[in-house]
Ligand binder design. Structure first.
Ligand SMILES: NC(=O)c1ccc[n+]([C@@H]2O[C@H](COP(=O)([O-])OP(=O)(O)OC[C@H]3O[C@@H](n4cnc5c(N)ncnc54)[C@H](O)[C@@H]3O)[C@@H](O)[C@H]2O)c1
Length: 503
């Protein structure tokens, strides 16, 4: 079939452009790759994002078995480059974990990690690991004013159908995507069974299991998959047993034993409950940090005193907001499932409210600034240090910096951005300046620390550079500045830290 150029997919890592083929046919590529690995089990990882691409790497470097690993993603502008990148020798994730390049090099040498966009690959799979996204759509304004949300299972179902329409009847489908509780049992298994039946294939050998990821992008990226505790369950005993067998080959289960739960509803609930717990803990601190500001109390001092108590060690500190793909949606996925998959008349109200509060945090941070600038930041020159949502990671998805930035833009501020880990801010279509020295040559009315990267933390050179800057307003929304640094900077600048009351 002739292939014509339809669209372009651009790598944010190398800036290279890849024409997207208009037809989906990579049968020869898949067959050639598999022919290189006779006798090896084929593991297909569906979704080559922050989780799937690295899970694929971990499986290609499995502990006790040699697999032929094939990642599959969609030939879309936002994802096709990941496929090309993996096959060309550039791993599609920038991460501070040195194990990523080590594992990738190893898989290149073994030539055991291939990437494709052709669903034909499912016909070759012994195991399909599902690592695609399942999004919650929020109706938000620029201020992240959460009014309502919706969950549309259609893209997820389509992805499962593409497995069912191609897979062998004895495949193990291991769902790792964070799904609304009930999904593996009520959606995935029936869908694959239905597809198999339409293909006049038996359904008795099918295995569907769920095991959620606790992956943490950052310096321990690989370890957070391979050297960490895992929870899993099957839609039946055979599925659970097969999933266990597979997980034991890739995860160091002698040191990090697996936890098997009774059914997939339980594992799915465990995942969203884990994240809801964290999101609620943060939301809880929002009102307390505002109270602390009003009362002129330093919430950091208070929290550190409370943390001395072993039962209260994980009480959170305030910040600019909650970001990332998971904490911003998982409580809503749970609430949606309660109503839509289990027929409850009401959702998880506290968890939903927690998300609403967290989504408003950038607005609070902005409103506070307005009060410091006589009600308006119009025409003020602002430098934001950090656009990623997480320290030392280049992930901008749902970063709270976005809401904060939007408010500044709407207000008419002139904003410059720095982030050592983000070259291109995809959601905003902005290339980020990584030269802090260059940026600091400019004069600003306001310098805001918006991400806790180590470049901004305990960095005497940064403090010196800031001291050399003309008097300005420094706003630390993350609490990275130490008391000593605040004192030093205050000799020249006005310094404010979220939750620290009057400094
Ligand atoms: N990022 C994290 O830190 C993290 C941690 C734990 C769990 N999770 C969960 O893991 C899942 C994946 O998250 P992520 O961060 O990797 O998301 P992501 O958006 O980075 O990646 C998802 C990928 O799946 C691809 N995809 C979508 N539909 C597909 C289809 N039909 N066929 C093939 N590929 C398809 C997308 O194109 C994308 O590349 C989510 O459920 C998330 O909640 C994420």
């Amino acid at each position: 079939m002739e292939t014509t150029i339809q669209h372009i997919s651009r790598s944010p890592i190398t800036n290279k452009e890849y024409p997207i083929p208009s037809s989906v046919n990579d049968k020869a590529g898949i067959d050639d790759f598999i022919a290189l690995h006779p006798g090896k089990k084929v593991v297909v990882v569906q979704g080559l994002g922050f989780v799937g691409s690295v899970m694929g790497l971990v499986v290609a470097n499995a502990l006790t078995e040699e697999y032929a690993v094939i990642g599959i993603d969609l030939p879309t502008a936002s994802s096709y480059w990941k496929i090309c990148s993996i096959n060309e020798g550039v791993f599609p994730i920038l991460a501070s974990d040195p194990k990523i390049s080590l594992y990738y090099e190893n898989s290149r040498q073994k030539n055991n990690y291939y990437a494709t966009y052709d669903p034909y690959v499912y016909s070759k799979a012994d195991v399909v690991v599902v690592d695609i996204n399942l999004d919650v759509k929020k109706q938000t304004g620029a201020g992240n004013n959460l009014e309502d949300y919706s969950v549309d299972l259609t893209p997820f179902k389509k992805a499962i159908e593409s497995i069912g329409n191609n897979c062998r009847p004895d495949v193990l489908v291991l769902v790792e995507t964070t799904v609304p509780p009930g999904t593996s049992e009520k959606v995935v298994r029936p869908l694959v069974e239905d597809c198999l039946q339409k293909r006049e294939l038996p359904i008795t050998e099918l295995k569907v299991a769920h095991s959620y990821e606790r992956v943490m992008p950052g310096p321990k990226y690989i370890d957070s998959i391979q050297n960490f505790y895992r929870v899993f369950a099957g839609t039946d005993d055979r599925s659970a047993n097969e999933a266990e067998k597979f997980l034991r080959t890739v995860i160091k289960t002698d040191e990090y034993p697996l936890t098997r739960l009774g059914n997939t509803n339980a594992t799915e609930m465990a995942k969203v409950l884990e994240n809801s717990f964290r999101a609620m803990n943060i939301a809880f601190m929002v009102e307390w940090s505002r109270f602390a500001e009003e009362a002129g109390v330093d919430i950091y001092e208070v929290v550190n005193a409370i943390r001395m108590r072993p039962t209260h060690k994980n009480i959170m500190l305030p910040g600019l907001g909650v970001g990332g793909y998971c904490l911003t949606k998982d409580p809503l996925l749970a609430s949606w499932a309660k109503m839509n998959l289990f027929g409850s008349s009401e959702g998880l109200q506290q968890s939903e409210k927690g998300v609403r509060i967290n989504d408003k945090m950038p607005l609070y941070a902005f409103e506070y600034l307005q009060t410091q600038f006589n009600g308006s930041l119009k025409d003020k020159k602002v430098l934001l240090l950090g656009v990623s949502y997480l320290n030392d990671v280049g992930d901008t998805r749902y970063t709270p910096v976005e809401g904060f930035y939007d408010h500044l833009e709407i207000e008419g501020a002139i904003t410059s951005l720095h982030d050592p880990h983000v070259l291109y801010w995809e959601e905003k279509d902005i290339w980020i300046n990584q030269q802090l020295d260059e940026l600091l040559k400019e004069q600003y009315d306001l310098i805001t620390i918006t991400t806790g990267h180590k470049d901004y933390r305990n960095n005497p050179q940064l403090i010196d550079k800031l001291l050399a800057h003309a008097p300005t307003f420094i706003y630390d929304t993350i609490g990275v500045l130490t008391n000593e640094e605040i004192k030093t900077l205050s000799t020249r600048h006005t310094v404010k830290v979220i939750g620290r009351g009057d400094l």
